[in-house]
Write a protein that binds this ligand. Sequence first.
Ligand code: THU
Length: 153
Amino acid sequence: MRVYDSREELPVDFRDLLRHADEAAARAYAEYSHFQVGAAILMNNGMVVTGANQENAVYPCGLCAERVAAFAASSAYPEVPFNMIAVTAINPVEPLREPVAPCGSCRQVLFEYEQKFGHPIEVLLAGQQGPVYHLQSVATLLPYTFHAGFLPK
Ligand code: THU
C-alpha cells in the first residue's frame, strides 16, 4: 500500500477519480446515518461508473456505495474489467480525517469481479482531509477469502 499525505500529492488521474467519488457522495441517500459515501469505478474501457450509499427505513435493506457502484458497473458493462475504485465519504458533523474503510461485504463483492476478470482492481481510499491510501488490489484487503473454487463443480 502506498500512503499519500494528502489529496494534493495524488497523480492527476487518481484525483479525477476521487472527484467523481466526491460528487457521488454528495448524492448519497443517507437519511438515517447521515454518513454519505461515494464510490467511483474506472472501467477498463475508460468509463467511470459511480455509486452512493442508499439507506432505507428498514435498515438492512440499504446498500453501501461500493456495491451500488460495482453492481451498476457490472450491469452496464458485464464484459469490462474494473481498473480502479475510489471511495470517499462525508461526515456532516466533523470532517473525516482518515480514509474510509470499505466493509467486509463490499470487499467480498469487489473481489468477485477481480476474480472474474483475473484483473486486479486498484483501490483508492480517502477521507475529506488527511492521507489517501492506494492499494494494488482488492485481494490485499481481504486475506483468506472465500471464492468460487470452494463451491461444488
Ligand atoms: N457505508 C458505505 O456506503 N460504504 C462504506 O465503505 C462504509 C459504510 C455506508 C452504509 C451506511 O449507509 C452508512 O455508510 C453508515 O454505515
